[in-house]
Design a protein around this ligand. Structure first.
Ligand SMILES: NC(=O)C1=CN([C@@H]2O[C@H](COP(=O)(O)OP(=O)(O)OC[C@H]3O[C@@H](n4cnc5c(N)ncnc54)[C@H](O)[C@@H]3O)[C@@H](O)[C@H]2O)C=CC1
Ligand SMILES: O=C(O)[C@H]1O[C@H](OP(=O)(O)OP(=O)(O)OC[C@H]2O[C@@H](n3ccc(=O)[nH]c3=O)[C@H](O)[C@@H]2O)[C@H](O)[C@@H](O)[C@@H]1O
Length: 439
């Protein structure tokens, strides 16, 4: 089928290359000229495992093209996906500015009947607005069918998730459109759930809110574990074996970040508030997450006293491993806290560099290796569990740091290993390891 995708970010690009891979004819539209020009050279604007290969492969076979010419790209499309951003507004609600702009452009440009599929995460009721925004701009008698098809991919495993997702949600206003979108996805051979548009919109927010709740729950259990002398890893394994609970999303740490959980939880609180329902459980989930982010720097101050003038290494800057995305990353709030304490910050990440430098242009030193970041450091924080960090030889913390004080927000190492190398090792929900002698 001929599909045009509006908004070639993490979701639009992955959707585009994966639909091209299963045989569709894809046109990708974005307003960002640099992004489109890079993509036409086969260069990915994002770090995502496997994406560059799929871009190159589908460009070469002529299955995908990238353009800023939205008018042309929308005019004769059979299906148009909207996957532009829906960032957080000042009051926590979803900002629909980009959605409205894309919808109006679609209305102005289409020359035949079309199915418009919303992939962006949008509050319940938004698809009805999208239909109106499009129809208000249409000249002539054209029919637009709206489908809500929320996305569930995770950054860092986005291509795998697209081919191996748990379900595809299709919320449609008519059976024909639901069936056409079902057929589009058929080659993925994944379970398809068809529903109405409002339920589809709610499924997306409810899924993200539930996953965020699981994380805040396990983080609270971890905080209690620390106080009662229990070990969160064993506790998580023990409860996760109960199939009613499930073992995923029980990794305690310094809280959830990224472009979605923080904004979508706040948006759902707003959505509930708009219909006079106070979503107290979700408010607590958000509050717990905000507190969790500050825990490691607080702990470091408790252990080491004032951090002013101390050299602090921070390892892992992206909000999770295998992505270059730093939106709402725990590392950012940790760096802010460390700078407020007047510590000197030496940061390392295997892929993130320019983006973090743009946020802190003068105040942090970006290092090109873990060795460089931790050499002569007074303390070291771990914010993201990249493999490079998990596999780093623990003995080097002892050899290179002034004193090996490690504050691990992602529980990357075994306590026994930290003991073996005589480190001071503070992690989440586990007893601290205290070095028996100093360097
Ligand atoms: N990032 C993720 O892992 C996931 C994101 N989502 C949702 O998908 C949506 C998109 O998220 P991301 O891909 O992360 O956003 P992004 O910020 O990476 O990309 C959005 C793109 O839309 C482009 N754009 C803005 N206005 C446009 C217009 N009028 N026409 C064409 N392009 C336009 C921007 O230039 C940008 O390249 C959001 O609603 C998000 O909540 C859903 C599931 C996963
Ligand atoms: O709507 C979205 O954008 C996406 O949000 C999340 O995906 P993503 O944010 O890419 O990554 P996750 O793997 O869910 O991690 C989110 C955050 O939670 C944290 N996390 C995750 C799992 C866990 O057990 N503990 C934990 O602290 C991660 O470190 C990360 O900061 C959801 O998992 C996707 O299904 C959804 O499509």
């Amino acid at each position: 089928m001929k599909v045009t995708i509006a908004g070639i970010g993490y979701v639009g690009l992955v959707t585009g290359v994966c639909l091209a891979e299963i045989g569709h004819e894809i046109t990708c539209v974005d307003t960002d000229h640099k992004k489109i020009s890079d993509l036409n050279k086969g260069e990915s604007p994002i770090y995502e495992p496997g994406i560059t290969e799929l871009i190159k492969h589908n460009l070469a076979k002529g299955a995908i093209r990238f353009t800023t010419n939205s008018k042309q790209a929308y005019s004769f499309a059979e299906i148009i996906f909207i996957s532009v951003g829906t960032p957080e507004s000042d009051d926590g609600s979803a900002n629909l500015q980009y959605i409205k702009e894309a919808a109006e452009e679609i209305g102005q440009s289409i020359r035949k009947n079309v199915i418009v599929v919303t992939k962006s995460t949008v509050p319940v009721g938004t698809n009805e607005k999208i239909k109106k925004w499009i129809e208000n701009k249409i000249t002539g008698r054209l029919k637009v069918s709206i489908v809500s098809n929320p996305e569930f991919l995770r950054e860092g495993s986005a291509i795998y998730d697209t081919f191996n997702g748990d379900r595809i949600i299709i919320g449609a206003e008519d059976e024909l459109s639901a069936n056409i979108i079902g057929d589009l996805y058929k080659p993925f051979d994944l379970p398809i759930i068809k529903t109405d548009i409002r339920s589809a919109e709610m499924i997306k927010y409810a899924s993200n809110a539930f996953l965020a709740t699981k994380i805040s729950f396990i983080n609270e259990i971890a905080n209690i574990c620390e106080k009662v002398g229990a070990n969160i890893e064993d506790v998580a394994q023990g409860i996760g074996k109960d199939s009613r609970i499930g073992s995923q999303f029980l990794s305690a740490g310094i809280g959830y970040g990224g472009s979605c959980f923080p904004k979508d939880t706040k948006a759902l609180v707003q959505i509930a508030g708009d219909v006079h329902h106070r979503f107290e459980l979700l408010e607590s989930v958000i509050k717990v997450n905000n507190v969790q982010r500050n825990r490691l720097v607080h702990k470091a101050k408790e252990v080491l006293g004032p951090l002013a003038g101390k050299k602090a290494a921070i390892l892992g800057l992206s909000f999770k491993p295998n992505t270059d995305d730093i939106r709402e990353a725990a590392s950012i709030s940790m760096i802010e806290q460390l700078l407020a304490e007047k510590a000197e910050v030496f940061a390392f990440d295997p892929v993130v560099n320019g983006k973090i430098k743009a946020l802190f242009p003068e105040n942090i030193k970006l290092c090109t290796s873990i060795d460089e970041a931790i050499t002569k450091a007074d303390l070291c924080f771990i914010a993201t569990e990249w493999n490079e960090i998990k596999e780093y030889p623990l003995v080097k913390f002892k050899d290179l740091m002034k004193e090996p004080f490690i504050f691990d927000g992602r529980n990357c190492f075994q306590l026994m290993e930290a003991e073996k190398f005589n480190l001071n090792y503070y992690s989440i929900g586990r007893e601290p390891v205290i070095a028996k002698y100093s360097n």
